[in-house]
Ligand binder design. Structure first.
Ligand code: T3D
Length: 280
């Protein structure tokens, strides 16, 4: 798939095209080194079902493996980003216990996003509620559309924030604001999301994907390994003191310094030309 422009459903297996093939709920489009993962159940505001979580994880794993993908956009089809867990599915008699659902289906998604060695931009096109808010928070960067919002709506259905929200939110906005957002559960509107530093900017809904695409293209032109190591350093720094962070930076810089991309960056600088990074 590397380098190719492709669109496919992310079922995690060959859909086969047979009449019994399940309707895909995740779209994976790859173009010019940017993968766009679209949550695609617009009639249910992209609420997450078991197959959808499986497909989302498969899509994240596919883009992790694909050397041709250098940046990822996560967005929602229709008017919502994601309304969280599909609450109708929870009422089905064979629904897994919540602890199992979270451990086996949600947590691996958050881990895949935070561990993905490429930057993920959340193009937050509408409401991101419950586990949908957690998905938004697990992105590296966010751009929000006017009218979008983030709501830790878990309390309204008697649940606690999950999928990493209690870990990510305080680190992103501070403990006091995180407590306000998590305990009151009110929707944080787009301009406030930006004011809190949770998103880079708010843009008109019609230009959201264009703006996210421009940011992704900029990232895709960067040195892939350096970006991956930068994400790794930022992830690790959240759990470390200064001395450990300094040592880890030195270790990662040692790795980056041996890369072909570093040599190319120096060469391009001296020649006053744009670098052509390969990820080697
Ligand atoms: O496994 C586990 O359960 C553990 C993990 C839990 C994590 C969680 O995510 S818990 C939190 C779950 N999410 C919510 O509580 C949000 C529920 N949705 C809403 O509060 C509202 O829909 C919104 C505020 C997001 C949007 O409101 P509005 O008025 O714009 O739209 P709507 O009319 O409520 O929804 C439109 C349709 O989407 C509607 O379908 P219908 O009636 O036209 O056939 C609605 O039922 C459906 N929908 C919206 N959210 C969900 C949903 N269907 C299933 N599950 C949903 N979460």
């Amino acid at each position: 798939m590397a380098g190719a422009n492709a669109t496919r459903a992310a079922t995690g297996e060959d859909a086969g095209g047979g009449t019994n093939a399940p309707t895909p709920t995740i779209r994976l489009d790859i173009s010019d080194a940017v993968a766009t993962i679209t949550l695609d159940r617009p009639d249910a505001l992209n609420a997450l079902t078991v197959p959808m979580k499986r497909e989302l994880l498969a899509a994240l794993r596919a883009v992790a493996r694909d050397r041709g993908v250098r940046a990822v956009i996560l967005t929602g089809a229709g008017r919502a980003f994601c309304a969280g867990q599909d609450l109708k599915e929870r009422l089905e008699p064979d629904a897994a216990p919540l602890g199992v659902e979270v451990r086996e289906r949600y947590n691996p998604i958050t881990q895949a996003m935070r561990g993905l060695p490429k930057p993920i931009i959340g193009a937050i096109n509408g409401v991101a509620a419950g586990a949908g808010a957690s998905l938004a928070l697990a992105c590296d960067l966010r751009i929000v559309a006017e009218g979008a919002s983030i709501a830790l709506a878990f309390g309204r259905v008697g649940l606690v924030p999950d999928s990493g929200a209690t870990w990510l939110l305080p680190r992103l906005v501070g403990a006091a604001k995180a407590a306000e957002i998590a305990l009151l559960g009110e929707a944080v509107p787009a301009d406030e999301i930006v004011r809190l530093g949770l998103a880079v900017k708010v843009v008109p809904a019609g230009s959201l994907l264009e703006e996210a695409g421009a940011m992704a293209a900029r990232l895709a032109a960067g040195a892939p390994r350096a970006l991956a190591l930068t994400k790794q350093a930022l992830n690790a720094a959240w759990d470390r003191g200064l001395d450990a962070a300094l040592e880890y930076e030195a270790h990662l810089q040692d790795l980056a310094g041996r890369s072909a991309d570093h040599a190319e960056g120096l060469d391009a600088f001296m020649a006053k030309r744009p670098p052509r990074f390969t990820g080697d």
